[in-house]
Design a protein around this ligand. Structure first.
Ligand code: TPP
Ligand code: MG
Length: 908
């Protein structure tokens, strides 16, 4: 009989020798009866430890007692001058609160958060004074992810450091209107590009991005691009934030890759915005089991040093039991009351625990601190985390929300949203923090209590500067200097210009072939980083596996099933491809880390993130918004795009709107190319813009939609209007046939339909149509809006003409536009079309069918373009209205089975 059920609590547990087992149980019973519960526990924990050493496969214990992981006797001595550090911490805390309070002055009232930083200032200060390395440190700088709404504390520190002045503090949240500039609400590199490195305030994106930042540091090291092995990533997170899917969803990546350069510090103040995180439960215990299960090293910092002696005297475990069973909601409430309340409602539940504090006054009971506010405890945890090898570490620090802000703030459910302090609160806080500001000054103008900063030569300020000098400079700091790398030469793009001859090749495949050639470029090639969420085979990128290899820091330790194949699946610590598994959120985090390497690490890397276009802007739009904030540079490739082109896949796959979503992101330049030669120019221009060193705005991501419909790729026409390709529109095919004129605008996969319509119009109806390839509806719109704005603000100047208006100005006839997307895509440029404009589009949900049937259903195929054009011409009185009905009947436009536009099948 085999033992499959290893759950020790299972009723059906198999036992090979019940009698022997009973004897062991009796021994344990005996120990407990004679020596008490504590001794019984000791023995059981010791046996569990031994079972681990003997590799008995006993299921692990997911949680430990509600105690500090590091016992007092194992704590290192605190290396700093605690008194001094606490003094300037008080100044920072005061200034942080005043920064927010003053931002509520009459006429301003721009909000802000006080309580989160108040709860976490010790966590940050221990880091700033002893751990976080600046970028001038010989080992390179650490990367610090600051909890978004704790930003006032970081500004307040920078003020003491002399990096920000009082006027800037008063410009908090008035970024445009405050004279001399303001401060952004939260960490936004885009808005404060010399200061912030990592945007964090969209809950959940900080944790996942920190994991992939740590991965990037390893990746750079393993690939020999830069030795980042001495740098650590510190991510400060909220306990409420840990409920976000992205916060917990990638913990296994950090564990599997052994990212011991990564430290999460979770500020467990037990509260989120509205109230308790787990009123009935214990968030620290829940997170402990979750992280441990994922393979992380867990360090709990729950109690301050005042509890040490109580716990040392807690011989029968009564106090520990109370700690274990008290729900978070009660712990929160205690801190809104007083020492007598704590004695009665916490300790008095067990007379043995009550006895432990009988010698203490209520005031002393009140001063029993939470671990996250104690420098010794926090320092011990940070040191252990930074030295831990083989695993990432999470520090779970128990704190009080609104700590030190007085009775109206501490532990209150509403504390997150409270911004203003009453005069009495100000005085209490001033006293608590011992800030030398008089009552009279506070009373004079309670809207504007002064900041506090001593003279520059104050020894405590000097000490603070010295700590930062020793650690390699001030933090946070963002740099954007990087090592230059020569861009690929023009001829590297030749393959894109050549066309495919008689062979039919989809633009996805055309793009992949080009990428392959770019990667071959000796100097620049290694800087291109393909990122794929388990779709390489779909896009024909499995051809990259053998040479570029899949990055795996652990290598490949199994006998690979396809080891003899040419296209073997190859994992390697020096691999180039970041393969994140089926995981678009992780892919975006990797994209963000890789695409900002130029800034965080001073090394250029170009992320080429290729994905199912439906699962890009739609699924991970917020992460792409963050990437824009972080000033990421790179390429986002929406493969298998279009609502009717990805045959058979249906409603959840058929993308008919990603260009619209992309157009809303100011950092994204969107292209919908029809042919590979267009892609070649777009890629080249993109790299030039990002790293050519001449463009005024290089901090952009190029979103390029490519398709899986095989078509004959034409060779690049001679005298191609390259400027037109890059700016968004060029004339692809003129028709000089005499007769009624019309203009067809199309993009991407719809360009061949436009050409089909051009032919049908000529042959069936004697109408001459020119065809324009619109490579970017979004860029044309942006250009138009810029012209509108200029004209509004400069009424005296000659009016600017939008590029598309100018391009189409001599074109005759109605304009008809078609794409494989929603009508909204061509409608983006409606205001700038110099004439009658009609659009066709695939609105509504996609479905699975043949390309031809789907295009007929949405009336976007070749014949549909013909009918729309005739209708527009009839409206203009240029053809007989009867022709429209004739055309509908001729093509059976109402019959989905009569559609013929597009090829069948095609994998990529
Ligand atoms: C994705 C997202 N949803 C909601 C918010 C609004 N929000 C900002 S802070 C916050 C509560 C944070 O609680 P916690 O993570 O526990 O941090 P604490 O302030 O308690 O340290 C919420 C809901 C947000 N910023 N991002
Ligand atoms: Mg919280």
């Amino acid at each position: 009989m085999t033992v499959n059920d290893q759950d020790p609590y299972s009723v059906s547990n198999y036992d090979a020798d019940p009698q022997e087992t009973a004897e062991w149980n009796e021994s344990l019973d005996g120990v407990v009866a004679s020596q008490g519960h504590e001794r019984g526990r000791d023995i059981m924990l010791s046996l569990l430890r031994r079972s681990k050493e003997l590799h008995l496969g006993v299921p692990m214990v997911p949680t430990t007692d509600y105690l500090n992981t590091i016992a007092p006797e194992n704590e290192p001595a605190f290396p700093g001058d605690e008194e001094t550090e606490r003094r300037y911490r008080a100044w920072i805390r005061w200034n942080a609160a005043m920064l927010v309070h003053r931002a509520q002055r009459p006429g301003i009232g721009v909000g802000g958060h006080i309580s989160s930083y108040a709860s976490s200032s010790s966590l940050y200060e221990v880091g700033f004074n002893h751990f976080f390395r600046g970028q001038d440190h010989p080992g390179g700088g650490d990367q610090i992810f600051v909890q978004g709404h704790a930003s006032p504390g970081v500004y307040a520190r920078a003020f003491l450091e002399g990096r920000l002045n009082e006027s800037q503090l008063d410009g908090f949240r008035q970024e445009k209107s405050h004279a001399g500039g303001g401060l952004s609400s939260y960490p936004h590199p885009r808005l404060m590009p010399d200061f912030w490195q990592f945007p964090t305030v969209s809950m959940g994106l900080g944790p996942i991005n920190a994991i992939y930042q740590a991965q990037l540091n390893r990746y750079l090291t393993n690939r020999g691009i830069k030795d980042a092995s001495d740098q650590q990533v510190w991510a400060f997170l909220g306990d409420g934030e840990m409920d976000e899917v992205e916060s917990r969803g990638q913990l296994q990546v950090a564990a599997n890759e052994g990212l011991d350069n990564l430290n999460f510090v979770i500020n467990c103040n037990l509260q989120r915005l509205d109230g308790p995180v787990r009123g009935n439960g214990k968030i620290i215990q829940e997170l402990e089991s979750f992280f441990r299960g994922a393979g992380w090293n867990v360090i709990k910092v729950i109690w301050g040093r005042e509890w040490d002696s109580l716990l040392a005297n807690d011989h029968d475990g009564a106090l520990r039991t109370l700690m274990n069973v008290t729900p978070d909601g009660d712990f929160q409430t205690y801190k809104t009351e007083d020492g007598a309340f704590v004695r009665e409602n916490f300790f008095a539940r067990d007379p043995r625990a009550l006895k432990l504090v009988e010698h203490m006054s209520d005031d002393d009971v009140w001063k029993l601190k939470r671990g996250g506010h104690d420098y010794n405890k926090v320092y011990a945890a940070f040191k252990a985390a930074s030295e831990h090898k083989g695993q990432p570490t999470v520090i779970l620090a128990h704190t009080i929300k609104g700590y030190g802000l007085g009775k109206h703030f501490e532990g209150r459910n509403a504390t997150h949203q409270m911004k203003k302090m009453k005069l009495d609160d100000l005085k209490l806080m001033r006293d608590f923090l011992k800030i030398p500001i008089t009552d009279a000054v506070l009373e004079e103008n309670p809207y504007m209590p002064p900041y506090y900063k001593p003279e520059d030569n104050d020894p405590r300020l000097q000490y603070m500067h010295e700590r930062r000098r020793e650690l390699g400079g001030y933090v946070p700091e963002r740099r954007s200097k990087y090592t230059e790398i020569a861009l690929p030469e023009k001829k590297t793009y030749d393959i894109a210009a050549k066309g495919s001859g008689v062979q039919e090749v989809a633009t996805t495949m055309g793009f992949v072939r080009l990428l392959k050639d770019l990667i071959r470029d000796k100097e620049f090639g290694p800087r291109l980083v393909p990122i794929i969420p388990d779709e390489a085979r779909t896009f024909g990128m499995d051809t990259f596996f053998p040479n570029a290899k899949i990055y795996n820091p652990n290598g490949q330790h199994y006998m690979s099933v396809d080891r003899d194949l040419l296209l073997a699946y190859k994992e390697d610590p020096t691999g180039t491809i970041i393969h994140v598994g089926i995981n678009e959120a992780g892919a975006l985090a990797a994209f963000t880390a890789v695409g900002s390497s130029y800034s965080t690490q001073g090394e250029i890397l170009i992320p080429i993130y290729v994905f199912y276009s439906m699962f890009g802007f739609q699924r991970t739009g917020d992460a792409l918004w963050l990437a824009g904030d972080q000033m990421v540079r790179g390429f986002v490739i929406g493969a298998t795009a279009g609502r009717t082109t990805l045959t058979g896949e249906g409603l959840q796959h058929a993308d008919g709107h990603s260009p619209i979503l992309a157009a809303t992101n100011p950092a994204v330049v969107t292209y919908d190319p029809a042919y590979t030669y267009e892609i070649g120019h777009i890629m080249r221009d993109g790299l030039q813009r990002m790293y050519g060193g001449t463009h005024p705005d290089p901090n952009v991501m190029y979103y390029i939609t490519v398709y899986n419909e095989p078509i004959q790729q034409p060779a690049e026409p001679e005298n191609l209007d390259v400027d037109g390709v890059l700016r968004g529109i060029y004339k692809l095919q003129e028709n000089d046939m005499p007769g009624v004129k019309s203009q067809i605008l199309a993009s991407g996969v719809a360009v061949p339909w436009a050409l089909e319509a051009q032919k049908l119009l000529a042959e069936d109806w004697g109408v001459s149509a020119d065809v324009w390839s619109v490579t970017s509806w979004g860029e044309l719109r942006r250009d138009g809006i810029a012209a509108d704005h200029f004209n509004m603000m400069n009424p005296e100047a000659p009016a600017q003409v939008p590029y598309v208006t100018e391009k189409l100005s001599g074109a005759e006839g109605p304009f008809v536009a078609v794409t494989d997307y929603n009508h909204m895509v061509p409608d983006l440029i409606r205001p700038y079309i110099p004439g009658d404009y009609a659009t066709l589009g695939a609105d509504g949900f996609g479905f699975s069918d043949t390309r031809a049937a789907a295009r007929r259903f949405f009336t976007i195929d070749g014949p549909s373009v013909v009918v729309r054009t005739l209708e527009q011409l009839a409206k203009q009185g240029k053809v007989d209205r009867g022709l429209v009905r004739q055309a509908i009947e001729k093509y059976r436009l109402y019959d989905v089975t009569a559609g013929t536009t597009g090829s069948a099948g095609g994998e990529s």
